[in-house]
Design a protein around this ligand. Structure first.
Ligand code: AMP
Ligand code: GLY
Length: 427
């Protein structure tokens, strides 16, 4: 069987790597892929990007299954197009993907279906938004409505920061958010205190299969300080998701979401990622939904998946997920992102990557922002690599991953030495 993975980041490298391990899979294409998928003899990059190009390729090559990595093609309707042409694809439709692509839509959905989340209001007029902030005070959270690759959120600890974020998001847009129909809009939310976790499930429209839990570190700096990024590292499992919290998340968030999507006429198929905030009493609330696997959460989750991912996704596209029981490695997986000079504000591209650790059964180097250029491997994006390791404890997985990171060489490389610190403290 031939498989196509859409995307070119670390998550897609991990998806392709895992799919290639299936005995039923003979070729894995990655569109467009990156320097790591280009170098892997089991994978083949194809330079395609529009939904039409991808569907033409899938039809011509008789691709048995296409898996969508990032959000952008989903919100362009790649799943709708493939299905209309009778091609098997795993992901949500354009309408279902609005759970991620519009924060205002997601908030209204949660309110309508009684799904716990922060109180919010949405604005297109700066004056009204400023007045709302003045009335509610700080800390308060300002979010741009639209796709922002994880960067369109400002957790404002002071009123000054909150007002500045409103001016930017409804004005200059220095974060570079892709606006939804109707132009710039902000969602202003109540600040939620607690610990975050990523709760990702696979849905076939009816059945839900939960993946291993994980937690990522969104801030650039050690101790979780500085600006938000797409994610500087992750680990799985997340000890904050105790069996009790897990049960609450399923009962109060995941099941009502799947039921609500079906009721609204947009049944959910695909990976569904609930970003959780878990308070000191173990009560989970939803921070956001993503309609895809997290990046770098996918890298650590897939390192621990012992079952055949191709089989799992064939069940997911047949509507028979209730017949599949995934097996997980009991060890902790921990991934450390190695980012480019200047990330996240202005990542530098084109630095030569002159050394990488070798892969081993307990260590994988997933590429994200890399490219092959004149036979050399160079940086080509903000998050360059995710060095991912398995270990018998969080600390051992962290040590193994960091030993790998120290073998990486390119100018300006930056990473965090404290990925997993919350889980290490608890033990
Ligand atoms: P989002 O893109 O909505 O996931 O927001 C990015 C990050 O901002 C989240 O992972 C949280 O760390 C933080 N955040 C978002 N909304 C809130 C909130 N209402 N209260 C506290 N932190 C938040
Ligand atoms: N790591 C967070 C995300 O993928 O959205």
């Amino acid at each position: 069987m031939k498989v196509l993975v859409i995307g070119g980041g670390g998550r897609e490298h991990a998806l392709a790597w895992k799919l290639a391990q299936s005995e039923r899979v003979q070729s894995v294409y990655v569109a467009p892929g990156n320097g790591g998928t280009a170098a892997d003899p089991a994978l083949k990059n194809v330079p395609l990007s529009t939904p039409e190009q991808l569907a033409d390729f899938a039809a011509a090559e008789k691709i048995a299954l296409t898996v969508v990595g990032p959000e952008a093609p989903l919100s362009q309707g790649v799943v709708d197009l493939f299905r209309a042409r009778g091609l098997r694809i795993f992901g949500p439709t354009k309408a279902a993907a609005m759970l991620e692509s519009s924060k205002a839509h997601a908030k209204a959905f949660m309110q309508r279906h009684g799904i716990p989340t922060a109180l919010y209001a949405s604005f297109t007029e700066a004056a009204a938004a400023h007045a709302h902030v003045a009335k509610h005070g700080a800390p308060i959270v300002i979010k741009a409505d639209g796709l922002a690759a994880g960067k369109g959120v400002v957790v404002a600890m002071t009123l000054e920061e909150a007002h500045a974020a409103i001016d930017d998001m409804l004005g200059a847009n220095t974060l570079g958010v892709a606006h939804n129909e109707g132009g710039a809009r902000v969602v202003i939310e109540e600040f939620m205190a607690g610990e975050e976790a990523s709760f990702i499930v696979v849905c076939d429209g009816r059945n839900v299969l939960t993946l291993a839990t994980s937690q990522d570190h969104k801030r650039i700096g050690e101790g979780d300080t500085g600006p938000n990024t797409g994610g500087m590292g992750a680990y799985s499992p997340a000890p904050v998701v105790t069996p009790n919290v897990h049960a609450k998340v399923m009962q109060e968030i995941v099941n009502p979401t799947i039921a609500g999507m079906a009721k609204d006429g947009t049944p959910y198929t695909g990976f569904l990622y609930a970003g959780l905030m878990i308070d000191a009493q173990g009560q989970p609330r939803t921070v956001e939904f993503n309609c895809r696997l997290g990046d770098p959460e996918a890298q650590v989750i897939l390192m621990r998946l012992k079952s055949d991912l191709f089989e799992l996704l064939m069940h997911a596209t047949d509507g028979t997920l209730d017949k599949f029981e995934p097996q997980w490695d009991r060890r902790t997986a921990l991934g450390v992102v190695v980012a480019a000079h200047g990330y996240p504000a202005s990542p530098r591209k084109g630095d030569a990557i002159t050394a990488l650790p070798g892969s081993a059964p307990d260590l994988q180097v997933f590429h994200a922002g890399t490219a092959q250029q004149d036979g050399r491997l160079v940086t080509s994006g903000g998050r360059v690599l995710c060095v991912t390791a398995l270990g018998d404890s969080v600390r051992l997985a962290q040590q193994r991953a960091l030993a790998g990171v120290r073998e990486v060489q390119f100018a300006g490389a930056q990473w965090r030495n404290d990925i997993g610190h919350r889980a290490i403290k608890q033990h």
